[in-house]
Write a protein that binds this ligand. Structure first.
Ligand SMILES: Nc1nc2c(ncn2[C@@H]2O[C@H](COP(=O)(O)OP(=O)(O)OP(=O)(O)O)[C@@H](O)[C@H]2O)c(=O)[nH]1
Length: 201
């Protein structure tokens, strides 16, 4: 999610199809499916590329129900798009009725350093304030695109499918590896998140 033209579709299509398009076609909404392997577990993921938002856009309730994580994108060349990050995050919390969501804040178009309006540190500190991960990317230069989705997987795994504690021979607990999580899949408690974030294998 994020303001118009910050590069949400470009990030998604690069990640899904390894394609970048210089032309701009405003998105209505596109949904993609991908099996993502993270830490040895395959997750069936649904990725929704939304239309660009502004502060007056109505929040579509389907972006709150059954969604496990958010990629909030701004352009480093647009302060206005940066200011939308907090607004969007507030709307998400409001609609979900929770105090925290899994989130990655993305400063897109890092190739436009010459017309930068948002410093890297500003992006990082807003992400910190929201308890989110942070990364700057350039879809144009194919820089850090894969990492955006990896970071979100890390955030979501921590919350929805954490490695289980294992007892070792001495009886002491240690964090389990990937295999220990595979049986539980995404059903770590049911409720609103027991949708697609389930392990496949
Ligand atoms: N310089 C530069 N341009 C980019 C980058 N990513 C996308 N663009 C361009 O920015 C424009 C908008 O990109 P989109 O991916 O359509 O943006 P969007 O956020 O999906 O736009 P909406 O659908 O309106 O919300 C296009 O012309 C892209 O080619 C980037 O990393 N650097």
């Amino acid at each position: 999610m994020g303001s118009r033209s910050v590069g949400k579709s470009s990030l998604t299509s690069l990640y899904m199809q390894n394609q970048f398009n210089d032309s701009y076609y405003p998105t209505i909404e596109s949904t993609y499916h991908k099996d993502i392997v993270h830490d040895g577990i395959t997750y069936e993921c649904e990725i929704i590329d939304t239309a660009g938002q502004d502060e007056y856009s109505l929040f579509n309730h389907k972006y709150a129900v059954g969604i496990h994580g958010y990629i909030l994108v701004y352009s480093i060349a647009s302060r206005q798009s940066f200011e939308m990050i907090q607004t969007l995050h507030d709307k998400i919390l409001d609609f979900q009725g929770v105090e925290k969501v899994c989130c990655v804040v993305v400063g897109q178009k890092s190739d436009l350093g010459g017309v930068r309006q948002v410093k890297t540190d500003e992006g990082r500190s807003v992400a910190q304030k929201l308890g989110a991960s942070f990364i700057e990317t350039s879809a144009k230069d194919n820089k850090n695109v894969q990492q955006v989705f990896d970071l979100l997987m890390v955030e979501m795994r921590k919350v929805f499918n954490p490695p289980q504690e294992k007892k070792n021979a001495s009886g002491k607990s240690s964090a389990g590896g990937a295999a220990s999580s595979s049986a539980s899949g995404g059903s770590t408690g049911g409720g609103w998140f027991s949708g697609w974030f389930g392990s496949k294998k």
